[in-house]
Each structure stands twice: as C-alpha cells, then as structure tokens.
Design a protein around this ligand. Structure first.
Ligand SMILES: O=C1NC(=O)NC(C(=O)O)N1
Length: 311
C-alpha cells in the first residue's frame, strides 16, 4: 500500500496535503470543510489583530494560467481564529496551523504571546510575505527587519513556529535569508512560497486591469508560479538543515505535489486550485500522487523526498 503520511513537528499527519493560508479558510465553515476533507491539516486565513474588510473588489481573478489577488488581508481578526483553535478537534490527527500577519511587529508579538498563553497544539505560521496591503512592503524582502522580527518572535513565543516566505529570485538572497533563518532553532519550518507579488494581468477586450486595488497589481498563483516555488523549496531544503520546508505554489495534481516533495517539501499546500475546485481537490490530488508513486515503485514519501537529481 502507498503511505502518504507525514511525521513532523512532533506529530503525525494522515497525508501530505493541506490548504494554503488564505484559501478556503477565512470562515469557520470553510476551515471545518477543509478539516472534513482529505486534507491532512488545516491552516487559517492570515489574522490581523483586529478584523479587516480588506481591499475593494474586484480583488481576485482567475486566468487560464492561475490567479491574481489583492485581497488585502480580509479576516475575522485574531480572536476569531484563536477561539476556533480552542475548540478545534486536535484528536482528528490533523494539525491546525494559525497564520498570523500582524500589521506591525508589536501586533505579531501580541498574537504570538496570546497564543502561547493558551497552550494549544495549534502551530503559528507567521506571514512575512503579504504583498497586498497598500503601503506595506513584504517583510521577507527586508532582511534586517526580518532578523529583528524573528528575534522578537523567539522572545514572544516559546514553542515551535514557522514562517510564510515570499519567493526569492537570486542565490544571494536565498543565502542571506537562510543565514538569518538558521539563527532560530524553534523556527521549525518555512512555507515556500507566497504569491509572486505585484503582477499585472491585462484584459485586452476591456483594455483594463482585472482587479481594483493598487491599479491592478496583485499576487500571482497557479501555473505562473510553479518553477519559482520549486526553486525556493529546493534551495531552502538545502540551506536550512534540520528545518522543514512546506511546498506551496502551482499544485493542481499529483504531478506538482510529487515535484514539490522531490524538491524537498515535507508537506504541500494547495491554493489557487483549491479556490476553484473546493476541498474535493485533496482526495483527487492524493489519489493521483499515490498512482504516480505506485508506478515509480515508491511506497512512502520518505523514499523520494529531496532526491531531485541534478545533471
Ligand atoms: O499573504 C498573502 N498573500 C496573498 O497572495 N494574498 C493575501 C491577501 O492579500 O490577503 N495575503
């Protein structure tokens, strides 16, 4: 039989797939639908301290090659997701991750401290990479600010945590970021990647952009981002010994999930595809991955994780 289970962060997951933060996870009903599906874990929409309406619509658009979004962190506020984490059925064997995207370092630390006080099994995934709050740069592209933030996170939160990284595009940046991340032993995982920020999709019929915020600039997902996502997974898998890399970007079938794991991913998140297909995508992609593994003679993910061949 094919074993798709994953053991990490001191716990076991029944499979390797779950949602990308932001997709099918803003409302409790959505979170519960993911948990009830073949997804192996659940991550909540990035929380800010206070609830947020987010950016004006239209703010999401699907294209033949994926998606563009400038949601602007619409979310129910941290207390809503903390309350869900208090009532979450951890016995289901599916871990709960809480994505945090404070609008300031103080807000991120306040949320981390509040979570720590609860002593819940929920694991924070701190978002260093939202590209869509007007006027706010992606923290993960400011190395000094990231270094300062991680020191503050270590002081605010005693447990294991992860960060959601933006895509990097230069070996010097992979190295610089890895040097910072490797200073933090309780930073247990990085999720690569968030959307490729500030793309522009043009509709030639209307001769206009397709989303309203930022005059049409938004984060790209889907087929557009797969090679960049795989590069970030493979580079950080090599550069962060002892840490896990969660793959995110361009997964729409067993094939891309296989690629991410081959590149080193411990687990794999699904975003754009989930947005359109719904939580049924997890059973389909899992089945496709199992068929692929069987054809290749792999019985578990450990048999091929990180074994991408070079030439
Ligand atoms: O981190 C984020 N990445 C995205 O692509 N969009 C959301 C958002 O805009 O809320 N946040």
């Amino acid at each position: 039989a094919i074993d798709l289970s994953v053991t990490w962060l001191g716990q076991a997951m029944p499979g390797c797939l779950y949602n990308a933060s932001g997709v099918w996870c803003r409302e409790e009903e959505e979170l519960e639908a993911v948990r009830a599906s073949a997804a192996a874990a659940v991550v909540s929409k990035s929380a800010t301290l206070a609830p947020r309406d987010g950016n004006p619509e239209p703010r999401y658009c699907q294209t033949p090659l994926g998606s563009i979004n400038s949601m602007g962190l619409p979310n129910r506020g941290f207390d809503y997701y903390l309350d869900y984490a208090r009532r979450y059925r951890y016995g289901s064997g599916k871990p709960l991750f809480l994505s945090l995207s404070g609008l300031s370092l103080d807000d991120n630390c306040a949320m981390l401290r509040a979570l720590a006080e609860e002593g819940l099994p929920a694991v924070p995934e701190v978002n260093l990479s939202c590209p869509n709050v007007p006027g706010k740069p992606q923290l993960g592209y400011d190395f000094a600010a990231t270094a300062e933030a991680l020191d503050a996170f270590d002081a605010a939160y005693p447990g294991l945590y992860g960060v959601k990284l933006p895509p990097y595009f230069d070996p010097a940046h992979f190295a610089a970021m890895a040097e910072i991340l490797n200073r933090h032993p309780r930073l247990a995982f990085v999720t690569c990647i968030n959307s490729i920020g500030n793309g522009l999709v043009v509709d030639i019929d209307s001769e206009a952009v397709v989303i309203k915020p930022k005059d049409g600039l938004g984060g790209l997902g889907g087929d557009y981002v797969l090679p960049t996502a795989l590069a970030n997974v493979r580079e950080f898998y090599r550069l962060l010994p002892g840490k896990d890399v969660v793959g995110c970007g361009g997964v729409k079938s067993g094939r891309e999930a296989f690629m991410h794991i081959l590149a080193g991913a411990r687990a794999v998140q699904v975003g754009t595809c989930l947005y359109h297909e719904g939580p049924g995508a997890f059973a389909r992609i899992s089945s496709e991955l199992a068929v692929l593994m069987r054809a290749k003679g792999y019985r578990s993910l450990d048999a091929f994780r990180g074994k991408l061949r070079t030439l």
